[in-house]
Design a binder for this molecule. Structure first.
Ligand code: AHR
Length: 506
């Protein structure tokens, strides 16, 4: 029996609901024959978007959705995506060298805002600073946010069917500017950021909005963060409301993994803590913590074989670029990272898992009339009680699991459990991942500084074979079991599972 303590008096901060955010890029099958089927499609849709997905997204209270990239953002001219759909230009997509797909621009600003309104999410726009000027982006902001009947661009928006402003709050200034977003040095980017911020900031002051600095690439990011923030702090850093990070863990096969590859995947997911700690260290070190928190706007397990030539692992057999299946291993990565984000909620403003449909670490796989949820979807569903809650500290008997690194055969260690807990409206939500492939566990939960009003309500996501996936033919192979009541001292946590425990407090 393992002991788990939930320390009610030890509050870590409020879990910003935006920590449960998502990302949708114009890449592969995320939009076309993914989220978007078009208004004339036989597939049930609302305003051209899959009805099924909309309903399921509403059910998990998705708070924020990032768009239109990723790297795609760096070749995106927002003007291509407004006006009558049948007159919109077809362009090269940033990614067409990978899969030969062109961009039809059928989903543009108005359609994306429709999607956000339908699912109840705030839009988060990634602005193109590689191939558009600060004034182009300022025009996009003006088009989206100016009050009805004011500017020429507000009138154009009205002519295009949307008199009321879109009120887009979040604006990323560039994407991966160390790579696809301009291949800049940190100092060059800091200079570019200042230019864009100088032009955009006044509009955000007038109409509301936040600017995010495009930050570092995960584990390689220390030097970037140090130099970029070091340069920014000299002038204008107060215009920064968030510092973005990307960290993908993965790089192994998506399916058919052995136990070493399973544990190695957990260890790679766990490295996110170092990414957070280092970036936050610089923010605090430079005294910027009052202005800027972390925005981890791309994260997830990105496995091999996502390209058409490699056959993929998802239902499109590689046709949808980077589409991958989602096993219990991926479900644990999601739970692992969400627990970590909850426990670091004092540092994290927002996160956006990559990507919503038919791509990396997706919540949905779709094509034609099919649209199924993955185990990752179910984890978001099981964790939604944390959104807006007050995080409290947890501690658990947490043995290390030793395994052999698939890379070099050396012994490595990873912890068995991750946990987090929060309190909202008199209910404590506690979530766990059990990485052990062998040990079903019984957990004894002790609430420190408070009392439960009754038994715990426990929901478990588990599959006998952790490599099991949901498919178009069998969409419910991996779904959470119906919640059951368990005494606090005997909470069953199966091996290789994600578990939610809800406790009403007395
Ligand atoms: O999510 C896929 C790609 O990964 C994004 O376009 C880019 O920002 C990152 O490298």
């Amino acid at each position: 029996m393992k002991k788990l303590y939930a320390m009610l008096p030890e509050e870590l901060g409020t879990i910003n609901p935006d920590i449960y955010g998502h990302f949708s890029e114009h890449i592969g099958g995320v939009f076309y024959d993914g989220l978007w089927v078009g208004e004339d499609s036989d597939v049930p849709n609302i305003k051209g978007f899959r009805k099924d997905a909309i309903e399921k997204l509403r059910a998990i209270n998705i708070p924020v959705l990032r768009w239109p990239g990723g790297c795609f953002a760096e070749v995106y001219n927002w003007r291509d995506g407004i006006g009558p759909r049948d007159q919109r230009p077809v362009r090269h997509n940033w990614w067409d060298y990978e899969d030969g797909r062109l961009e039809s621009n059928q989903v543009g600003t108005h359609e994306f805002i429709d999607l956000c309104r339908l699912i109840g999410a705030e839009p988060y726009f990634a602005a193109n600073i590689t191939s558009m000027t600060p004034m182009d982006i300022r025009d996009w902001m003006d088009y989206c946010n100016s009050p009805r009947g004011t500017t020429t661009l507000a009138l154009e928006r009205e002519k295009n069917g949307s008199p009321e402003p879109f009120n887009v709050k979040y604006w990323g200034v560039g994407n991966e500017t160390w790579g696809g977003g301009g291949e800049m040095t940190p100092e060059v980017y800091a200079h570019e950021y200042r230019k864009y911020a100088a032009v955009l900031y006044n509009l955000t002051r007038f109409m509301g909005g936040e600017l995010f600095v495009s930050g570092a690439n995960g584990m390689d990011g220390d030097d970037w963060t140090k130099r970029c923030l070091g340069e920014l702090r000299k002038v204008h850093y107060s215009k920064m409301a968030g510092y973005t990070l990307h960290y993908y863990c993965g790089g192994m096969e998506c399916r058919g993994f052995n136990s070493d590859e399973w544990y190695e995947q957990m260890r790679r997911a766990d490295k996110m803590q170092q990414v957070i700690d280092k970036a936050w260290g610089f923010i605090v070190g430079y005294g910027m913590q009052a202005e800027a928190k972390l925005v981890i706007d791309e994260w997830g397990a990105w496995h091999r074989r996502g390209r058409p030539s490699q056959g993929g692992s998802g239902p499109s057999n590689g046709m949808n670029l980077y589409e991958q299946q989602c096993t219990m291993r991926d479900a644990l990565v999601v739970g692992w990272n969400l627990n970590m984000f909850n426990n670091n909620c004092d540092k994290i403003r927002m996160t956006n898992v990559a990507q919503l449909m038919n791509n990396i670490q997706s919540l949905f796989l779709a094509g034609g009339e099919h649209c199924i949820t993955t185990p990752a979807y179910h984890v978001f569903d099981m964790f939604k009680g944390h959104m807006g809650g007050t995080a409290i500290r947890t501690a658990i008997d947490n043995p290390s699991i030793t395994y052999k690194s698939p890379k070099d055969g050396q012994n490595k260690e990873v912890k068995q459990f991750t946990t987090s807990a929060s309190v909202k409206d008199g209910v404590m939500t506690l979530t766990l991942t059990n990485a052990s492939l062998k040990k079903d566990e019984t957990i004894s939960l002790e609430i420190v500084g408070g009392k439960a009003a009754g038994d715990a309500k426990v929901t478990v996501l588990h599959a006998e074979n952790p490599d099991t996936v949901n498919t178009f033919e069998e969409p419910d192979k991996v779904v959470p079991a119906a919640a059951v009541e368990m005494p606090l001292r005997y909470i069953k946590v199966p091996r290789a599972s994600v578990v939610t425990v809800e406790v009403k407090l007395a």
